[in-house]
Design a binder for this molecule. Structure first.
Ligand code: NAD
Length: 283
């Protein structure tokens, strides 16, 4: 199947990054969110990222301008009826995602592949709520999408080989390197990463170290490019908590219990960079 129109639902940090790389790869893109204000914010984010890429001479001005013009916005999932491939990148909440998949399932042609950028929610659970579980797949991009090479491709028991192969090929066309993971909570990336981030929050909570010393130990001692608390702020503390909840509920193992301090920050609305405050201040 030829993919011409690439849909992205959710214009937050991940969705805007996915729309940007899809447009730069030559796809016509529809980027959707729940309000004009939010899609506009996503579009501004893309413009800024493209301008930076031009400034750093990584992208030509013409290429960036043409890519930007290939992105249309929408606040109505019915507009996705003309897409052949959709990536959902909305808030990490199972019910929200299921409702979007059910709408996409009823509006999109039967051949359209519906991918989710979920960080942890089982793909089979989402797919089983649609009439096309064979065309539902996990396509897990890393943050920031334009810079990070990996895409974790996750097939459920029901995902067809054709859907898997098309998604793999699209990942390569987007300039990414795909890696296959099986459909268990957190897949590979967040099963390994998020317990480390959560443990860093426990270390802060129990006073083992300050936020700075915890991050320094992992950067200078383990050669990580970012400390786990800085990384949590970049990912979004709401997303980190949602992933820990999925791991905890999915495996029923206390080793995945979310740190109470992480929950407290999320309850306070301190979600990291996106709200200007998390473990660090970004004003
Ligand atoms: P975000 O908070 O930046 O953006 C989420 C967007 O979804 C918001 O703009 C919100 O308005 C929109 N949204 C919510 N409900 C919607 C609906 N019903 N219809 C349309 N849009 C809706 O979050 P994010 O960091 O971009 O994360 C999005 C997804 O990507 C999550 O599933 C997350 O787990 C996953 N992910 C995040 C990261 C990361 O580092 N942040 C990395 C990989 C995957």
């Amino acid at each position: 199947m030829e993919i011409k129109t690439f849909g992205v639902v959710g214009a937050g940090q991940m969705g805007s990054g996915i729309a940007q790389v899809a447009a730069l790869s030559g796809y016509d893109v529809i980027l959707g969110d729940i309000s004009y204000e939010l899609v506009q914010k996503g579009l501004e984010n893309i413009r800024n990222m493209l301008d930076k890429a031009v400034e750093k001479e990584k992208t030509a001005q013409d290429t960036a301008d043409e890519a930007f013009l290939r992105i249309r916005t929408s606040v109505d999932l019915k507009d996705f009826a003309e897409t052949e491939f959709v990536v959902e990148a909305v808030t990490e909440n199972e019910l929200t995602k299921v409702l979007i998949f059910q709408d996409l399932d009823s509006f999109c042609p039967s051949e359209t592949i519906l991918a989710t950028n979920t960080s942890s929610i089982p793909i089979g659970k989402i797919g089983s709520k649609t009439r096309r579980p064979d065309k539902v797949i996990g396509m897990h991009f890393m943050n920031p999408v334009p810079l990070m090479k990996l895409v974790e491709v996750i097939r459920s028991l029901a995902t067809s080989h054709e859907t898997f192969q098309t998604t793999w090929n699209i990942s390569e066309k987007l300039g990414k390197i795909p890696a296959e993971a099986h459909d268990y909570p957190g897949f590979i990336s967040n099963r390994l990463l998020m317990p480390m981030v959560n443990e860093a929050v426990f270390a802060l909570y129990e006073g083992v170290g300050t936020r700075e010393s915890i991050d320094e130990v992992m950067k200078l001692g383990m050669n990580h490019p970012m400390g786990p608390l800085e990384l949590a702020d970049l990912i979004g503390l709401d997303t980190c908590l949602a992933i820990m909840e999925t791991l905890f509920n999915g495996f029923k193992d206390s080793k995945y219990r979310p740190c109470p301090l992480l929950r407290k920050y999320v309850e306070a609305g301190w979600l990291g960079r996106k709200t200007g405050r998390g473990f660090y201040d970004y004003d």
